[in-house]
Design a protein around this ligand. Sequence first.
Ligand SMILES: CC(C)(COP(=O)(O)OP(=O)(O)OC[C@H]1O[C@@H](n2cnc3c(N)ncnc32)[C@H](O)[C@@H]1OP(=O)(O)O)[C@@H](O)C(=O)NCCC(=O)NCCS
Length: 220
Amino acid sequence: MSPAASVVTIELEQPGHGPQIDALAEAAFGPGRFAKTAYRLRRGTVPIPDLCFVALADGRLIGSVRLSPITIGGTPALLLGPLVVDPDYKNRGHGLALLKASITAARQAGHRLIILVGDAPYYARAGFRPIPRGQVRLPGPVDPDRLLALELVEGALAGATGMARPAPAEASTPLSIPCGGERGEEQNQSGESGQQRQRPDTAQNGRLGRLQPDPVAAVK
Ligand SMILES: CC(C)(COP(=O)(O)OP(=O)(O)OC[C@H]1O[C@@H](n2cnc3c(N)ncnc32)[C@H](O)[C@@H]1OP(=O)(O)O)[C@@H](O)C(=O)NCCC(=O)NCCS
């Protein structure tokens, strides 16, 4: 079905989605992504299952966003990424809908701060702002203009200063279900394969619901 005619839903990532997400990331970022500083930071941890979402177009995976636990100078925070949407489906609001789903879930779960490395003009649409230069260090080079934060609790950024490090999954997530690994290597460790994971507060079938005609406007 053509992108224009597809019904797109935003749903929780399932353990079997890993290879499709990796294929999207490979197409968008290429093999060089593993050398990127954000990837290096994520490599030391596991995404939080309840905060990872996919966009499905008539059941086919066309987008993904993940949140991983980190600390910044010892203060807990989340690292967002990768965010990726199939080019055939771009500019239809799916990227921002994925962002909005993960941000809402993180806020509901009691997290206080999200950071990411990305294009400021895009992420500003979801409320991300540049982090003051020098406040947060990453384990590799990063353009300071692309180091962004979103406070889920007012004032949370002020309490996060220093080196960002991966946080151990078992210490920072209430669930031990990994999202499919970026290379698929973390898959099927949950014992949940074949089952749909559902947040208790999402609608039936784990769906957040069909996208509204203008989901971009909802997060601008
Ligand atoms: C960036 C990406 C996630 C956007 O997904 P999407 O579903 O096309 O985005 P949306 O439909 O929600 O938003 C589209 C709008 O954002 C703008 N936009 C897209 N990418 C942008 C960027 N890098 N910088 C600034 N604006 C951007 C579009 O021009 C469009 O603007 P409009 O609403 O004024 O027409 C997608 O293009 C993608 O996967 N790119 C490759 C991977 C990537 O760069 N990921 C982000 C890491 S920084």
